[in-house]
Design a protein around this ligand. Sequence first.
Ligand SMILES: Nc1ncnc2c1ncn2[C@@H]1O[C@H](COP(=O)(O)OP(=O)(O)OP(=O)(O)O)[C@@H](O)[C@H]1O
Ligand SMILES: [Mg+2]
Length: 263
Amino acid sequence: MKTFVVANQKGGVGKTTTVMNLGAALAIKGKKTLLIDLDPQANLSSGLGFTQQFDKDSWNSTDEAPYKSVYDVLIDKEPLSSVFVATSTANLFLVPSHLSLAGAEIEMVNIISRETLLKKAIEGMSEEFDYVIIDCPPSLGLLTINALCAADKLLIPIQCEYFALEGLGQLIETTKLIKGVNANLKIGGVILTMFDSRTKLSESVVKDVKDFFKDVAFKSIVPRNVRLSESPSHGKTIFQYDDKSTGAMAYKKLANEFIKRFS
Ligand SMILES: Nc1ncnc2c1ncn2[C@@H]1O[C@H](COP(=O)(O)OP(=O)(O)OP(=O)(O)O)[C@@H](O)[C@H]1O
Ligand SMILES: [Mg+2]
């Protein structure tokens, strides 16, 4: 079982879209895959159709989540096995997030070994998956640190836009610091996202990233594709929403490259 963390503290670079659709492509190819939503925004969960109940009058999330979440794992020591759910894609499973996770970073401060709560939960799981893929919030707080500690490989999505490489230095520094707690963590790959063939800028970001990361950068590049941005609002993966789209094809190619690299 290999564990991956998808992280970049820059917001909106395609972390969640990548976890959801790379995960779905791997599952379709027969790889039993567990996705963990470690972001209080819960975009991955809602994109897969696991939506929180909201109280429309106050715009607050109602107290009771309709399902257990990663919050229960981190704070209440609930085993992962009793929290993950099957999604509508065969072989694809999800540990959902919940708004309550927003408070978890503060609650975790007083817990001993707070950096390794997720790692222990994954190690304690009796089910076997081919891949576990963790989606992170856009920050380098305790939640992301838990993901970095739990994973073998770091995957970094980079949006093909100006300032793309900004903040990456910080992520790489953090990765080095994490080696104190998780000596295994290596950069597994860099994924270029939202490529726009009409702009010179996209081309130059691709060149910079390939020069900097060399073979670590995946050859499959994800294009900007409106179908990818529409599918989560229907609670569907790109393969359920529009299997023929350029976005779907890109994530299928990425999954092939991923399986070759990590088998
Ligand atoms: N290849 C793409 N083409 C078009 N739109 C995309 C693509 N990838 C992501 N998007 C859209 O861009 C926005 C940001 O993507 P996403 O939520 O995956 O990023 P993120 O890094 O997870 O963001 P956050 O840091 O807030 O968690 C979303 O609205 C998403 O639907
Ligand atoms: Mg996200």
